[in-house]
Structure formats: structure tokens, C-alpha cells
Write a protein that binds this ligand. Structure first.
Ligand SMILES: C[S@@+](CC[C@H](N)C(=O)[O-])C[C@H]1O[C@@H](n2cnc3c(N)ncnc32)[C@H](O)[C@@H]1O
Length: 308
């Protein structure tokens, strides 16, 4: 009885409960637990030590990793606690991330594609094909830490990389400097009101940024305003989903955006859209699936005008 009440008390800590819940579902190493619950490794290690001391989980060494798995079976007095843990509410979306992690781990094809460099590397293919593109003036909406910005800068004439977060821009700047790229201008600004002249861009890209902004029409209007005649905007967005935790944890303003809503919003600002509904995680259990919409700026846009 003593060990049961001790274990109950220990699981009063919500992070520890989340960790036990994911380990009850799969054998995991520390790095994997960190990626699932999103707290510092030192804190995860502390919780794992505590759970091990309570004999709720066990540790085993496999290759260069230490894995943790459930140490309790149905015959144990602690089993009701495991059942309660499993039934506890998943308010942070840990189980969706766990399904994705297990899918990747088991996906032999994905592993093969990673191993079979360079012929089947999609990153290399995209780099190779991008050399066929004309040297365009590109604007990257919500550039984040700059992964896409850097790929664009390898072939573009110049890239203006915009983000509202100064600290994120600093990381993007450092990544670009490491690659020796000198054709990127970083700009801290709000996508709904950009201090940039009209018709300065051939291409605007927005990769998973629009769902962060309440007023998507205002962002698209700015995109349309920046584009030269016949310029293109390419938006990568998430299909609508039910993962409400992303609002608080990741700052999303929308739970995905329906392609039809995006198309309609584009038309309103004078962009002619066509939609490629390409799910990125074909056949996976992930609730996050992406699609692309490309819009072309009509010769005259009804968008707001600002001095060029
Ligand atoms: C999910 S990240 C996308 C990063 C990158 N485009 C990618 O695909 O890897 C979204 C980015 O949009 C930025 N963002 C959100 N709202 C914004 C706004 N109103 N103005 C400028 N940037 C914004 C965030 O700071 C964040 O870096």
C-alpha cells in the first residue's frame, strides 16, 4: 500500500504523468521523451530517475542509447495506476507526436531514402532543380530559423526574410552566415503591415506562417501588394485539424486553414489561385497534413496601395 500511495503522490506532477503515459505506450530513449513532452533534458532525466526509483519504469541499454519501458505488469499492485495514467487526458497532444515518432522509426522506406544519398535525397533534388529557376527577387513570409530562406538564397537574386521575432531572426542570420550567403536581407516586421515598397518581388513564399496570424486576408493583401505583375505567391499551409493544444503551445491562431478559405482570401486581394492539395505525410497517423496553394498576381490588384 505504501508504494502505491507514494507512486500516486509522485504522479501529482503533470509532467511526470505525461512522461509515464508515453512510456506506457512505447519504449523510448531520453531524447525521444524530450521531443515528445517539450521540456528540458535535465528535467526529463530527473522525472525518469524518480519513476525508476518507484519501480514504475525500467532502464535498458541498446547500442549507444538507454531506453525506458514500463516495469509494471497486470499482476502488480501498481497496475491500477498505469490504467489511470493511460486514461488521463492528453491535453498537450503527446500521443499524436508519439504516433509520428513511431511511424518514422518503423518506416523502413524513409530510412532507406535517408541512406540512399545522393540519388534519392529530396533535399539534393530540390537544390538541383532550383538551379533551373530564373534568378528572382524573393520574399519569405515568417522565415523562422531560416531553413527555407537559405534554400531560396542559393538560387534567388535576393531574398528578404521577414519574421516578427527578433530572436528567431538572429538564429536565421547566424545560419545564413555559416553558409556564407550574402544575398539575404533580414527584416523584423509584422506580416500584416510591411515597411516595403509595392511591386518589389517576383515571388513571395509563406511556409506554415499564415496559420499564426489572425487576419490572413491582411497578410495576403501585403503579399499581393509586394508582387510585380504576374508575380507568384506560394503558400504552404496545414489542412484543418483538431489539435487545439497548438494555439497555446505554438502560438497558432488557426487550427489549419481550409484550401477553399485560402483560395477565396487570395481572390479577394486580386490573386488568381490554384491549389495543389498534396498531403506531406501520406498514409501516416499524423494529424498535421500540408498542402500548397499558388496565386498569381493579376495585372490590377484591389489590395491596399503604399508608396513604392
Ligand atoms: C512555423 S514558423 C515557420 C517557419 C518557416 N517558414 C518554415 O517553414 O520552417 C512561423 C513563423 O512565423 C512567424 N510569425 C508569426 N506571426 C507573424 C507575424 N504576424 N508577422 C511576422 N512573422 C510572424 C513566427 O515568429 C514564426 O517564426
Amino acid at each position: 500500500m505504501g508504494s502505491l500511495s507514494k507512486a500516486f503522490r509522485a504522479l501529482g506532477d503533470p509532467t511526470r504523468l505525461r512522461i509515464l503515459k508515453v512510456i506506457a505506450a512505447a519504449r523510448l530513449n531520453v531524447g525521444e521523451v524530450v521531443s515528445l513532452v517539450g521540456v528540458a533534458q535535465s528535467s526529463v532525466s530527473h522525472h525518469l530517475t524518480k519513476l525508476k526509483a518507484l519501480e514504475l519504469i525500467r532502464e535498458e541499454r541498446l547500442g549507444s542509447y538507454t531506453y525506458y519501458s514500463l516495469a509494471v505488469d497486470k499482476a502488480s499492485a501498481l497496475w491500477p495506476l498505469i490504467e489511470l495514467t493511460r486514461a488521463s487526458e492528453d491535453t498537450h497532444g503527446d500521443q499524436a507526436r508519439l504516433s509520428e515518432l513511431l511511424r518514422r522509426r518503423d518506416d523502413v522506406q524513409t530510412l532507406n531514402e535517408k541512406l540512399l544519398e545522393p540519388g534519392q535525397s529530396w533535399q539534393l533534388w530540390s537544390a538541383a532543380l532550383s538551379t533551373l529557376l530564373p534568378r528572382l527577387d524573393v520574399v519569405d513570409f515568417g522565415c523562422g530559423t531560416g531553413t527555407l530562406t537559405i534554400e531560396l538564397a542559393h538560387w534567388a537574386k535576393k531574398v528578404t526574410a521577414i519574421d516578427k521575432s527578433e530572436s528567431t531572426l538572429a538564429r536565421a542570420r547566424a545560419a545564413a552566415a555559416r553558409e556564407g550567403l550574402t544575398n539575404i536581407t533580414f527584416l523584423a516586421a509584422d506580416l500584416t503591415d510591411l515597411p516595403m515598397p509595392a511591386q518589389c518581388a517576383d515571388l513571395v513564399v509563406s511556409s506554415q506562417s499564415l496559420h499564426h496570424v489572425e487576419d490572413i486576408n491582411a497578410v495576403l493583401a501585403e503579399g499581393a501588394r509586394l508582387l510585380k505583375s504576374n508575380g507568384r505567391i506560394v503558400v504552404l499551409e496545414l489542412f484543418p485539424h483538431d489539435e487545439a493544444w497548438v494555439k497555446q503551445r505554438l502560438g497558432h491562431a488557426h487550427l489549419g486553414i481550409a484550401p477553399e478559405v485560402l483560395e477565396e482570401a487570395m481572390r479577394k486581394v486580386g490573386l488568381e489561385p490554384f491549389v495543389q492539395r498534396v498531403p506531406w505525410a501520406r498514409g501516416s497517423q499524423s494529424p498535421f497534413k500540408a498542402f500548397l496553394v499558388t496565386g498569381t498576381r493579376a495585372r490590377k490588384t484591389p489590395g491596399r496601395s503604399k508608396a513604392a
